[in-house]
Design a protein around this ligand. Structure first.
Ligand code: IMP
Ligand code: MG
Length: 179
């Protein structure tokens, strides 16, 4: 598995610092709110598990799963809900927790659906952001852990073809693996 990685982009230590910083900021901003973290499966599970423990104010959690990929490395823009939320969003300050914001097509779709359910507020927290790749203009990260260039990264929840999610760091996948 490790031989498929070109280089480590964010080490475990760096990821800890990033998550710590986001947790502090979110705790400050949501101290008088009714915070519901919505994790978009599966890529954000590890980030979600660490982030919620870095948040010091009360929060609820829920999960949704969408499938969006036309191929293994690119979003199609056509998104299907595979698993929906259990919690009714009315009255909640919803914070979507994502692994990576790439074209933004997936989040653009999720945002529209969740907004139609009348949450008190809706914001986005992404661990990684690839701003160069943005293809929609209605999505930006209210909280962003770190930027990555236009390279395919895996680990810490992010996969290529369902593999590499269990790497504890974020690494750049060797090109010959997906080309
Ligand atoms: P978007 O709709 O193009 O923004 O795609 C977002 C989703 O694509 C993310 O939630 C990831 O699951 C996946 N994705 C985008 N870039 C990468 C990457 O570099 N590595 C792994 N997954 C990625
Ligand atoms: Mg994802």
């Amino acid at each position: 598995m490790i031989n498929d990685i070109e280089k480590v982009y964010y080490s475990e230590e760096t990821l800890r610092e990033i998550v710590e910083r986001l947790g502090k900021q979110i705790s400050e901003d949501y101290k008088d709110k009714n915070l519901l973290l919505v994790s978009v499966l599966k890529g954000s599970v590890i980030f979600m598990a660490d982030l919620m423990r870095a948040i010091t104010v009360p929060c609820a959690i829920d999960f949704m799963c969408v499938s969006s990929y036309a191929n293994k490395t690119e979003s199609s823009g056509v998104v299907k809900i595979v698993k929906d939320l259990d919690i009714n969003l009315e009255g909640w300050d919803v914070l979507i927790v994502e692994d990576i914001l790439d074209s933004g097509k997936t989040l653009s779709y999720i945002k529209k659906i969740l907004l139609s359910r009348n949450p008190k507020s809706l914001k986005i927290c992404t661990l990684l952001d690839k701003p160069e790749r943005r293809a929609v203009d209605d999505v930006f990260a209210d909280y962003s852990g770190a930027e990555v260039p236009d390279k395919f990264v895996v680990g810490y929840g992010l996969d290529y073809d369902e593999k590499y999610r269990n790497l504890p760091f974020i690494g750049v996948l060797k090109r010959d693996i997906y080309e």
